[in-house]
Design a protein around this ligand. Sequence first.
Ligand SMILES: O=C(CO)[C@@H](O)[C@H](O)[C@H](O)[C@H](O)COP(=O)(O)O
Ligand SMILES: [Zn+2]
Length: 196
Amino acid sequence: MDLIQRVQQHFEESIAAKMAAVEVLSPAIALAAEKVVQTLIADGKILACGNGGSAADAQHFAAEMVGRFERERPGLPAIALTTDSSALTAIANDYDFDLVFSKQVHALGRAGDILVAISTSGNSANVISAIHAAHDRQMTVIAFTGRDGGQIADLMTGDDVNICVPHPRTARIQEVHITAIHALCDAVDFMLLGGD
Ligand SMILES: O=C(CO)[C@@H](O)[C@H](O)[C@H](O)[C@H](O)COP(=O)(O)O
Ligand SMILES: [Zn+2]
């Protein structure tokens, strides 16, 4: 396989991963959007976390909520727990890296808020710990996972939503996650603003 074919394979695999996910994920994304809107109407907020590429996804999602997605609207309350380097380093240094998100969830989360927890493996300890903290705070969890959902799948309650991408490869799972996040933003705007 030459370099161009390698590149083409990424595109083809990404398209196939999305095609395989569309039926199974669309109802879960729609349900997640309903829960987000319910929380916003009740004056709640969204906290988001993840590691590596999923940290970028958490920030991407929060930016589209606070700023805008595609349409003009007032900013919506969302905080990425991945951006405060002082809090992250202090918690990791003084306690444990596994607690970098959960300490923030305990401090900032209120009953009725939502935690968006992103992990392609479903097994990142700091994301799992954040989910436990969210449940302690009586928050709803919207998880973005992959493969079999890992340990996160077992933590989901009846009120939570697990958007689990049926694919073994992290990169492909992330590519479906960002499409799902954009679909979620669009669905939230559609419910809040109406329109096409
Ligand atoms: O973006 C990528 C790989 O595509 C990496 O940065 C990846 O996000 C990191 O290895 C994460 O630590 C993986 O964590 P998780 O998705 O299993 O929770
Ligand atoms: Zn990546």
